[in-house]
Design a protein around this ligand. Structure first.
Ligand SMILES: [Zn+2]
Length: 383
């Protein structure tokens, strides 16, 4: 590589006859692989000698940075690949560079949006995910705009005092402008919101309410199953049918079931199983009442069902009812507003995958950045 420089790189003197060619410097540069082979560029760079300042300089190129043997193309490819669900180690392997190079390139290529402490979306949702081992509290906190699904920020520690300190950094006006917050049934969030977001309405995530009851129903079924050895197989095999949406149950088609040795419809099986135990039947009815009320946004009916069914359901169901009663006002908001945690659950699933394929992260900083990159929330500084 040779060309005539405009001026001396060292002293800046304009090119003239006193700046002379002075041999070559060869460098061995890693470039993106070709047909799966590690590929190198043997680049001979022109060296000049400047008689004005008595020093030498080597011509520079876009292919590679000064004092670096990894081409800029490779670096861009690494940075782009960081958006995919692939571990840093695998990126390193495919580009024939070290793991620390990948880490360094990712850090240097992306700019992360710093949170703006004077703005928060009007509708938020809170959630947490299992974080790196070193994170204090083991769980990290994530919150996003429930309308757009965009992550606002990720905080390493989800413990109450940390979150409180964090949110108090936002101005009072900003915090007071938040109208609704979707949470799961984690009680510290409620006291946090009451302290920090006094104007916001708390919404319990719809999915978590249904999950609370479906788990209780499942435990009830297992209890019956273990007591009733004769019907063990049937109760075990048709667990899904018990949880199935009542409007989707098949009332018309007969199919052969080996357990029963005859043709049966889905509804017949459900009736058969529910006859085995009155507690199971009551729990089943309550679970489907809850689902019905959540779907049709009928708060009065829900409250009524929780009271009238209380005595007849299993102990597991009673626990669920007691839990939901504690949060009953917020459940009311769940039925009034249409916001839920769905977007965050999606993000958290992806987060889990990223962590899993990397076999865990040691440093929260890198983990967080990688989450932001895969969610397209970091911008490439140069490419
Ligand atoms: Zn010079």
């Amino acid at each position: 590589m040779t060309y005539q420089p405009k001026a001396c790189y060292k002293c800046g003197h304009v090119f003239d006859a006193r700046i002379i060619k002075h041999g070559f410097k060869t460098s061995f540069i890693k470039i993106p692989s070709v047909s799966g082979f590690d590929t190198y560029l043997n680049l001979r760079k022109q060296r000049y000698f400047c008689k004005h300042c008595q020093s030498t300089f080597i011509l520079q190129t876009d292919v590679v940075d000064k004092n670096c043997c990894i081409s800029n193309n490779t670096k861009s490819a690494i940075a782009l690949q960081a958006k995919e669900k692939i571990s840093e180690k695998d990126i390193a392997k495919s580009h024939n560079v070290s793991h620390s190079t990948v880490s360094r390139v990712i850090d240097s290529f992306y700019a992360y949006n710093k949170p703006n402490y004077n703005y928060l979306p009007t509708h938020l949702c809170f959630d947490e995910f299992k974080s790196v081992k070193s994170a204090a509290g083991a769980m990290s906190f994530i919150f996003c705009d429930s309308e757009t699904g965009k992550i606002v920020d990720i905080i390493e520690d989800r413990r109450l005092h940390v979150l409180k300190d964090y949110f108090l950094r936002y101005s009072k006006q900003t915090r007071f402008s938040v109208q609704t917050i979707v949470i799961d049934m984690y009680s510290p969030y409620i006291s946090l919101i009451q302290d920090v977001f006094p104007k916001a309405k708390i919404i319990i995530d719809k999915f978590h309410i249904i999950q609370l009851f479906s788990r209780a129903l499942n435990k009830t079924r297992i209890k019956v199953m273990n007591q009733d050895k004769k019907h063990y197989n049937k109760l075990k095999k048709y667990w899904k049918l018990i949880l199935k949406d009542q409007t989707k149950i098949d009332y018309t088609n007969y199919t052969y079931h080996r357990c029963f040795r005859k043709l049966m419809r889905e509804i017949d099986i459900i009736h058969y199983l529910l006859k085995l135990d009155p507690e199971l039947k009551a729990s089943y009815e309550l679970y489907h009442d809850v689902r019905y009320c959540m779907k049709n946004k009928d708060f009065e009916l829900l409250k009524k069902a929780l009271v009238t069914k209380y005595m007849s359901v299993s102990s597991y169901m009673k626990t669920a009812i007691n839990t939901i009663r504690k949060y009953i006002n917020y459940v009311g908001h769940t039925l009034t507003y249409d916001y839920n945690n769905g977007v965050l659950e999606g993000i958290n699933n992806k987060t889990k995958v990223i962590k899993r394929i990397a076999f865990g992260y040691r440093c929260f900083y890198h983990f967080k950045n990688r989450i932001l990159i895969t969610q397209n929330l970091a911008t490439i500084k140069r490419a």
